[in-house]
Design a binder for this molecule. Sequence first.
Ligand SMILES: Cc1cc2nc3c(=O)[nH]c(=O)nc-3n(C[C@H](O)[C@H](O)[C@H](O)COP(=O)(O)OP(=O)(O)OC[C@H]3O[C@@H](n4cnc5c(N)ncnc54)[C@H](O)[C@@H]3O)c2cc1C
Length: 365
Amino acid sequence: MKYDYLVVGAGLFGMVFAHEAAAKGKKVLVIDKRPHIGGNIYTESVEGINVHKYGAHIFHTNDKRIWDYANRFAQFNRFTNSPVANYKGELYSLPFNMYTFNKMWGVVTPDEAKAKIEAQRLAAGITEPKNLEEQAISLVGSDIYEKLVKGYTRKQWGRPCDQLPSFIIKRLPVRFTFDNNYFNALYQGIPIGGYTKMAENMLSGVEVELGCDFLSDREKYTALAGKIIYTGAIDAFYGYKYGALEYRSVRFDTKVLDTPNFQGNAVVNYTDDETPYTRIIEHKFFEFGTQPKTVISYEYSSEWKKGDEPYYPVNDEKNGELYNKYKALAQSESKVIFGGRLGEYKYYDMDKVIESALNLCAKLL
Ligand SMILES: Cc1cc2nc3c(=O)[nH]c(=O)nc-3n(C[C@H](O)[C@H](O)[C@H](O)COP(=O)(O)OP(=O)(O)OC[C@H]3O[C@@H](n4cnc5c(N)ncnc54)[C@H](O)[C@@H]3O)c2cc1C
């Protein structure tokens, strides 16, 4: 065998594993079917602006060990995610906080805001929320639900809120303080110079082959290494023999504009039902860019079909059961270990992917 490890997928999971294995003196080959490293955190420079090609990525964590680990490969800036909601031209602060309540109702104190929400919850007659609509109304009242939750969530999930389970927004951030920092994390930021530079640092000294699909020649690739770390889709690995796992996908329409400032913020959510896109991302603001031009991406949420990029796993009962069938097959593999968001059919934030890859390293290396 030429290598100790073949890592399928140069995303964050694969990169962490490959870096650690190489540091321990193992012979490692990383392959990816895409023409670049980084997986979904890949950024591409356009007009000097680092464009988040597969969606906006903001690093945030409460875990000092993971934060220190990420900082070995990049210097992070102090970007704080404070999205703005645009409802038919009315702008609101997100996540829901005292600025939002003040704009919506003119209330000034937290007690006034709480009283307003409680009155709207009582008027809606909700005691035990049975679906997302009722859950949202009981958390933030009917006005915020109608203007800031209803249309956005319908677009995001492709179904009306009264047909979605309440748990999706169980943890909707609601604050009775003037704090519009979206994440409740101790550490937050964007790698200065983009995620691709960070990915290059992680894979420095590691052999990488791009444009190689493991599944198109699995015999050749399997013969190359003693063990395989597979971070591609688990159902694809097994030829979809039990059926395809479902995802929500996102389509990005990216434009370069001849203006230095289009919307004044990195993230603006369009929360009405009629606007077809869910968000506009203005990439330069992740790094406080001052370039003369700007790059924006319209995000359209869509149903996933084979051939589309799989983004968000659909964590319902049906897909959970299907995943468990594939997982049982995966557990009986002697040579292949599945990891990452596609290999484990799990929504993982970046810090959790790093943690999971480091746990695997601790077990294997
Ligand atoms: C739209 C969106 C926004 C996000 N925003 C955030 C955020 O703000 N903050 C945060 O912490 N996290 C965010 N995440 C999560 C983040 O993207 C993931 O944590 C991380 O990218 C997962 O890394 P991974 O290695 O598991 O998967 P991936 O990055 O998907 O890497 C898997 C790699 O495997 C390759 N591959 C697949 N099959 C094969 C094959 N057969 N042969 C060869 N290569 C193959 C793929 O091309 C890909 O490069 C976001 C996710 C999405 C979808």
